[in-house]
Design a protein around this ligand. Structure first.
Ligand code: ATR
Length: 276
């Protein structure tokens, strides 16, 4: 039996063990998934220990996504660009780090929108933190996509813009500007922690007039419907929360670690049950 895991601090509320173990069970994968609480000063020792014990794969979460990089043997291009790793896989005895946040978000977005490409879309990304980095980097690879990044701290949004692939179509704006012009967007992606349980009455911008057909995506999955999604919904938009992104992310990790394709719906359903 293989052992996989997640490292973070705090980690006790992570839903990864629940959904990963559920996926192993339903796909007859002989493995177990464990959450590991790691103290800040013990990160290097923890990674060395996992390597020594032959742990073939693990997820990295807050606050170690950037800090883990010096202790890995290699990282992929997205991880290099975003300076963050969230999935690690042992290949030939080496720990290789990947960042699948953007890929998982994009897959979830395309699927829920029912489209193949984001070319020619006008997109608003709210936030410029860790999650925004990977999402923006992935989206910036589409041709003819127009992206506005709105963040409380404009400097951080400017730094984020520069990691993009086609930066000429990216603009940095304030949250107030984003609120004023939100009617212009085809897609709005909320990547900050604002609105997350227990502060469910908060929203980064108020939504009152959306263009018909606008799609609003929030990466938060608890609550299922954040204030911004609720407003978007009330204004006729189609919406998605972060559950599918999380399930897809976990499915990508299992596929990489075990070579087995798992149905992410098993994990999505487990998340829905756990968070209803
Ligand atoms: P994560 O890795 O989860 O994205 P992060 O890197 O700390 O976390 O980024 C958090 C994001 O939420 C940032 O865009 C942050 O804005 P700043 O760059 O101005 O800090 C945003 N954010 C968090 N709390 C906020 C608040 N109360 N108002 C506005 N923006 C907030």
């Amino acid at each position: 039996s293989e052992l996989f895991g997640i490292i973070g601090n705090p980690i006790e509320h992570s839903l990864s063990p629940l959904i990963q173990n559920k996926a192993y069970q339903s796909h007859h994968i002989d493995a177990h998934f464990q959450a590991f609480h790691v103290e800040y000063q013990d990160l290097e020792t923890a990674i060395k220990g996992m390597k020594t014990l032959g742990i073939k794969g693990f997820i990295v979460t807050v606050p170690f996504k950037a800090k883990v990089i010096p202790y890995l043997d290699e990282i992929d291009q997205t991880a290099q660009k975003t300076k963050a790793v969230n999935i690690v896989h042992m290949i030939d005895g080496k720990y290789v780090g990947y960042n699948f946040d953007g890929k998982a978000h994009l897959e979830a977005l395309l699927e829920d929108m029912g489209i193949q490409s984001l070319s020619n879309q006008h997109i608003l990304i709210i936030g410029a933190g860790g999650a925004a980095q990977s999402i923006y980097y992935t989206l910036s690879q589409f041709k003819d996509i127009k992206i506005d990044i709105a963040n409380r701290t404009k400097e951080k949004a400017k730094i984020l813009k520069d990691i993009g692939v086609n930066v000429k179509n990216t603009n940095v704006i304030s949250l107030a500007e984003a609120e004023n012009k939100h009617i212009q967007y085809d897609i709005i992606i909320q990547t900050t922690s604002i609105g997350m349980w227990p502060e469910t009455d908060k929203s980064p911008i108020n939504i009152s007039h959306l263009k018909p057909g606008t799609f609003v995506s929030d990466i938060i999955y608890n609550p299922s419907e954040t204030k911004i999604l609720k407003q978007a919904h009330e204004n006729g938009a189609r919406t998605q929360n972060g559950k599918k992104m999380l399930a897809l992310q976990n499915a990508l990790a299992i596929e990489m670690w075990t070579g087995k394709k798992v149905d992410y719906n098993v994990m999505l359903q487990t998340l829905n049950e756990a968070l209803s």
